[in-house]
Design a protein around this ligand. Sequence first.
Ligand code: BES
Ligand code: MN
Ligand code: ZN
Length: 512
Amino acid sequence: MTPIAVSSPISCTSAVLSAIDADLLVVPWFEGEGPGAVPELDRSTSGEVARALASKEFAARPYDLFITSVTDRGWRPRRVALIGAGRPAAFGSDLARKVAAAVGLNARQRWIERVAFVVRPDAAGATPLNELAQAVAEGLTLSEFDAGTYKTDDPPPAKAPAWTVAVSAVTDDGFGRVNDAVARGRLLGECSNLARELANEPGNTLTPREFARRSEAMAIEGGISVEILDEEQIARLGMGLLLGVARGSSEPPRVMVFRHNPPGAPAGPVLGLVGKGITFDTGGISIKAAEGMEKMKDDMAGGAAVACAMRAIGLLKAPIRVVGVVPATENMPGSRALKPGDVLKSASGKTVEVINTDAEGRLVLGDALWYARQRGATHLIDIATLTGACVVALGKITSGIFGTPDAWVEHVRRVADRAGDRVWPLPLFEEYRDQLKSDIADLMNTGGRPASSITAAMFLKEFTGGLPWAHLDIAGTAWAEEAKPYLPKGPSGVGVRALAELAFTADAWPRS
Ligand code: BES
Ligand code: MN
Ligand code: ZN
């Protein structure tokens, strides 16, 4: 595999535990396991492992942590940590990723400089060892994210430790695959962190133009070609829905267009990724309540996921063509702003009566989905902080997925699940379309309160031209309101890994 440009690689070792060069050696531990599961740990700590297990100080529930010193002078690691991995049957790459992130956050709080995470081949169960190692590398990398960009008086946060992933008892071939998987996980974790940085950026610094500028720089580093369409080009394309939303703002809109065209790739399929890029959503004339409005700076998290997934796709050299489209604008009130009742004409020709200016995401996405088709997409995915109703339906741990045909939606669901971006389907029955009927135009932009995540998706469907299409509603998952052991408060980077991994699964796609 070609080397990948990352800031600092995670090293891999197949050394025995006693020979691993680290300040903290982390070993996942399952509920019900005795000290004999990894006997050398108990010996090297003078029986501390057995004591902690017997006294129930350490019960191996997920994220439980037990740290003790190594007393054996022959050992290189100075301390060992047992990290709870729960019941073996429930363990897989999802929990491995979260447990690794929790360890990483903890190690950073303790200012530990070198951390080695042991991937136990005996614990892999049904999960391939390389998948587990990739997930661990992703988790460790995700723990490096720091949300305090603009803090000036706090002491600076601890520098990320140097990470090692340790696997013992593998063949040379197996070790090679683990090495590649760790590099892949490192890169995907870093791209997720870049998306988190963008989503964390306030509306005053991340204007549509700045969002485009930063995304372009990141994607170009990944070998992706980028075009940024300005307001005149957008007008020439007839994107009336996007221009309608942008009217209220003094910041001009942009459309980012990313292309990955690897030499020798087949003409099709072409993956089309579309991300909502509202750099701040006030609601417009249908203005939002003040409380919590500050969170609407992350209304471009879908667009950031697309930009950062494109970077990953380029760096990982995905074997197919991919086109990414991110419409970026603010949604502001103002004397020129869109008004309820206004009728807009989309680039596809369909007309839309705007009932609520706060339903702006579907407007900009309608034009962007159309444009992704113009640029050759054969299979569409869009990702958007689209509806508050999705948070009501699925909460903050699962994104909604909608689309057609079922085989495409199910494929995307599985890939997303494996990538740690859990999604769950909601239906798009034809009858829901009635809620969008307008008296004056082809469509209304809202369908009332019932099933409003679904009617939002039905609106998008009008612009997909019948292509296989899946819509991910990340309104609940893009931002963590409460810290979890594996995820601090703030932007999550949801979707980056799922979108990037999709570009490696074309063999399994349904053909249209
Ligand atoms: N960006 C919001 C959706 C949102 C809400 C994301 C809460 C994250 C948390 C979106 O543009 C919006 O305002 N949607 C409206 C649609 C309604 C007016 C039909 C909503 O969900 O209330
Ligand atoms: Mn809105
Ligand atoms: Zn919005």
